[in-house]
Design a protein around this ligand. Sequence first.
Ligand code: NAI
Ligand code: MG
Length: 335
Amino acid sequence: MEHNISLILGDGIGPEVISSVVEIIEATNLNINWEIVKAGESSIKTHGTPLPDYVLNGIKKNKVALKGPITTPIGKGFRSVNVGLRQGLNLFANIRPIKSYPGVDGLHKDVDFIIVRENTEDLYAGIEHMIGEDAAESIKIITRKASERICRYAFELAKKEGRKKVTLAHKANIMKLSDGLFLECGRRISEEYKDIEFEDIIIDAMCMKLVQSPSDYDIIVAPNLYGDILSDLSAGLIGGLGLAPGANIGEGIAVFEPVHGSAPDIAGKNIANPTSAILSGIMMLKHIGEFEAAIRIEKALAFTFENKNSKTIDLGGNLGTKEFTEEIIKHLEVS
Ligand code: NAI
Ligand code: MG
């Protein structure tokens, strides 16, 4: 079956890690028509905007996209393309599996949980203004609709994946109305899923517990900002940002991308770890029903780490992005 997939290479290390996953998927001989579209810095140069309408329309048509990280300049100027994409396509759930990999030395060896991050509102609603010259205000929006939707998604995911517990992260002791509403929604939805354990925990305490005892967690559901912070923290538990994939899920549309950013500090040097992008690609293949190819890549990746002890530099190995990609392609046959 032929698949049309929108492909955004992204900025910084984006083109390096996305080329890696595309080469690997191509090596499985799947019939994929990659529709390359530009967003981010490269699009500003050619289209005068980082997120042209044709990009959004292309993804709406294809229903699936694979995306590299996009640089968001700090301060005034263009709004985040990532936030624009997520809001523009109503990609309400950001799913980020965090799993220790045999053969990779992370801080912990027994990590296996999924972060379900609300992806459309909270402080990312982008409603900010100056009050005079010396004060600024950012508005945190939490709605019942989005909170119930993400909490339901977390419980449905738990059911589908045979997970036993959903943990909701919040700061409702301080933000009694906004986080309070998120918590109220989680508690209400949890009553519909009696077979799945539910707990809530204050976000700062959760950070400590996650670092000390990550195997206590199964599915974590959180408002946008906490979900973002927990994702990078959690990547640190298993070996770093090079190992954390993600999927942005909406109604019939999905955009797959690594958790990490464009890493300008290592861009263009052939040292980025493409594993987050590869794992995002595996999630994408499963999403479009190409399980055989997905499992082949999964096995080749595991074989490369475990049996060949082949790794990129961030994980203590000595392979460049291209060389690591070649290793995986080699092991697509033998694994
Ligand atoms: P970052 O995630 O790009 O980098 C943080 C640190 O992790 C850096 O030291 C980097 O070298 C390292 N790192 C990240 N990915 C790696 C990989 N695959 N292999 C090896 N090392 C890796 O975060 P930073 O520096 O805060 O952000 C850079 C830019 O990326 C910013 O403009 C930010 O807005 C953007 N960003 C974009 C995202 C997206 O498009 N989804 C997500 C996060 C940040
Ligand atoms: Mg982030």
